[in-house]
Design a protein around this ligand. Structure first.
Ligand SMILES: Cc1cc2nc3c(=O)[nH]c(=O)nc-3n(C[C@H](O)[C@H](O)[C@H](O)COP(=O)(O)OP(=O)(O)OC[C@H]3O[C@@H](n4cnc5c(N)ncnc54)[C@H](O)[C@@H]3O)c2cc1C
Length: 421
């Protein structure tokens, strides 16, 4: 029986030498069969398992992870959470996710360090302002918070911004979503794992899916480095490895490409920036300050297909020069470490949560570089799709066949080229 975390338990453990803490989640041996298997122990896989147990009473579930949980993108992202989407199919879905984040720490009994510090998109030209005004007005029409900050308000809100010295990209204002923010990514993985484990889900690490077992055209199990495991239903939530797993399952080529995205973090600093700032349009750069004090920098994809979890120097330089152009005070900050993750870039920038053409196989993919914020709603909707064999209202449009039917959900309006999303 897993103990509840509380102020009382901290006090009690503190007074007794912290010797009574139990492992946060169980480490059972893998069984020969399950009702449902989720492949991929990132945030989406763990959230799916949790909601299968909690919302649908399906507890005979295993999450199979080839490495350690949260070792993929779920533990490598820049942790930005927002719901500033404007296209039907995305708007309601991402807002549901933000609403779930708002009570998730309490629900999971795990401090996710969710911090609604706001998300600010800077504008550098009237054209960019008008395009974003359309997006943020549509958000307001959908009941999602959004506001415009003019130059004076902006300078007050983010003193670190260089509003005066800016010549090349003069900042003319910014759009703010105040309810947006950040969370601690590892805590999200651990929180979902712990809560799912408490409800009876088996979390199996170091278990790589290497093939699928088929019977009469239906998938009835998986082959793994820990043996064959049978299951009535199998959900894929493997992010950047989706094309590989889809190939093994016989799904054919999907409208997804694997690209890498990198980020880096500075040495810890005193509080300097208490919101998320995005510099889009002229370049691509986003920055926030972690609770440990590190400045967290992110930017564009590296620009070529790869499964390597490390980034290249040109993008690092690109991000640094964008940072210097709007926050020159960062010039003396030292970078502590840099890393990358592998992105499942869909051709319209929107995800897939759906059944596949193969019986027993379900797909959760196409998160591009924005899937962290989607974690709770993704798990919620994928669990519904697997349990009910039908989509939830919120993922009704997130299907694989939307390209064949001419209904892409092209949020950026850039067209079918992953680099542009
Ligand atoms: C640098 C960076 C910055 C980002 N910034 C943001 C951000 O600010 N905001 C945001 O919303 N999103 C962001 N993202 C995107 C976000 O992290 C991803 O979209 C999201 O984490 C993907 O879902 P996941 O957590 O389930 O993926 P993952 O954590 O990658 O989970 C997939 C898991 O599947 C496992 N797996 C793969 N193959 C197999 C197999 N054969 N058998 C068993 N297991 C397997 C992998 O080991 C991995 O653990 C960023 C990503 C990166 C890399």
């Amino acid at each position: 029986m897993m103990a509840r975390y509380s102020a009382w338990s901290i006090l009690q453990q503190g007074l007794t030498g912290n010797k009574g803490w139990q492992p946060a989640w169980a480490k059972p041996r893998v069984k020969k069969s399950y009702q449902a298997i989720i492949v991929g122990g990132g945030g989406h896989g763990l959230a799916t398992a949790y909601y299968l147990a909690k919302n649908h009473g399906i507890t005979d579930v295993a999450v199979l992870e080839k490495g350690w949980i949260g070792g993929g993108n779920a533990g490598r992202n820049t942790t930005i959470i927002r719901s500033n989407y404007m296209i039907e199919g995305n708007t309601g879905f991402y807002e549901k996710s933000l609403q779930l984040w708002e009570s998730l720490s309490v629900e999971l009994n795990f401090n996710l360090m969710f911090s609604q510090r706001g998300h600010l998109s800077l504008c550098f030209s009237p054209g960019q302002r008008d395009a974003l005004a359309r997006r943020y007005n549509i958000m307001r029409l959908n009941g999602i918070d959004a506001e415009w900050l003019d130059r004076d308000q902006l300078q007050k809100f983010v003193p670190l911004l260089d509003m005066q010295g800016q010549r090349r990209f003069p900042i003319i204002g910014g759009f703010l979503q105040r309810r947006a923010g950040t969370a601690r990514h590892d805590a999200v993985n651990w929180g979902f794992a712990r809560a799912a484990s408490k409800l009876g889900v088996d979390i199996i690490e170091n278990c790589e899916v290497t093939g699928f077992v088929k019977k009469r055209g239906r998938i009835v199990g998986v082959e793994t480095n820990q043996g064959e495991i049978a299951a009535e239903k199998i959900g894929l939530a493997v992010a950047g490895s989706t094309s590989q797993l889809a190939g093994l399952a016989g799904l054919g080529r999907l409208p997804i490409e694997t690209h890498k995205l990198q980020a880096f973090v500075s040495e810890p600093l005193k509080p300097l920036l208490d919101t998320v700032v995005v510099f889009g349009g002229a370049g691509h750069f986003y920055i926030s300050q972690s609770d440990k004090g590190g400045m967290v920098f992110g930017g564009d994809l590296d620009g070529y297909n790869s499964y390597a979890q490390r980034g290249n120097l040109p993008i690092w330089q690109d991000v640094s020069s964008a940072a210097m152009s709007i926050m020159p005070a960062l010039g003396r900050v030292r970078v502590l470490r840099q890393w990358a993750g592998i992105m499942d870039m869909s051709m319209d920038g929107s995800p897939f949560i759906c059944k596949t053409d193969i019986g027993g196989l379900y797909l959760n993919a196409g998160w591009c570089y924005g899937g962290f914020k989607a974690t709770p709603a993704s798990g919620w909707c994928f669990a519904h799709t697997i349990a009910e064999d039908a989509p939830h209202e919120l993922n009704r449009l997130l299907t694989l066949d939307r390209f064949a039917k001419g209904r892409p959900i092209d949020e950026s309006g850039h067209g079918p080229w992953p680099k542009l999303h």
